[in-house]
Write a protein that binds this ligand. Sequence first.
Ligand code: SAM
Length: 261
Amino acid sequence: MLEVDVLTIFPELFAAFLETAFVGQARRAGRARIAAHDLRGWATDRHRSVDDSPYGGGPGMVMTPEPLVPAIEALAGPKGVGRRARVVHLSPQGRRLDQAGLARLAGEPALVLVCSRYEGVDQRVIDLAVDEEVSIGDYVLSGGELPAMVLIEGMVRLLPGVLGNPESIETESFRGGALLEGPHYTRPPIYRGLEVPEVLRSGDHAAIEAWRRQQAQDRTRVRRPDLLEGAGSSVSDRRPDRSSPPSGADARAADPDDSGE
Ligand SMILES: C[S@@+](CC[C@H](N)C(=O)[O-])C[C@H]1O[C@@H](n2cnc3c(N)ncnc32)[C@H](O)[C@@H]1O
């Protein structure tokens, strides 16, 4: 079971997200427990403040150690051995998230995701209470809430039994860091003059598999050659075996009403 507590000054941002699609399903099925907590609930002053102006001057505000550190400790316990949950601060300065990172975090017994705002948090919050910092990419957003949702959605879809067809995970981009997935098609067979490749309608599963593998390699070479670096001649071997009868994308093509991914 995935256990996630989110600390934020905007818990309302999570309301619809936590009820919808795979995240909502996983929670209702008891595969995930995810809760968004209002950081201001730990504030002790009359104004329920969470930020103050920076020492040394400069633009913007900084999130103060109080109430952040006590809030984190209430959810995860004190930093160190025996802590109940791994504490992740979403930050553009963190380690950049990738599929392997998602899988690693999804394997943690419990997580506390700290969403900051303004210029970020007082460094002592990181030093005293945070286990790692994670970035969702080299750009700056105004808060950690969307990055936390990115993390949650990415982890939830890795949980056993969440995706209708587990092969979706096995075959999609970045599995093993090797290849992007190739193009997908569904009905109609011709749309505005553009035709679905003949091979996909041939019923020849070996040919379909070979075509998909080639498309994945071509697409990766053009769009993300960095993924192929170091992959050597075994790149295609990194794709899962899809020579079995139609399922996954094949099955979806056969049934375009399937609302799965
Ligand atoms: C405006 S940003 C702070 C940027 C910070 N002053 C800096 O230059 O690194 C406010 C908050 O949004 C969140 N955030 C913004 N971009 C992010 C990213 N790419 N990945 C993860 N969190 C991000 C973080 O929680 C961050 O503390």
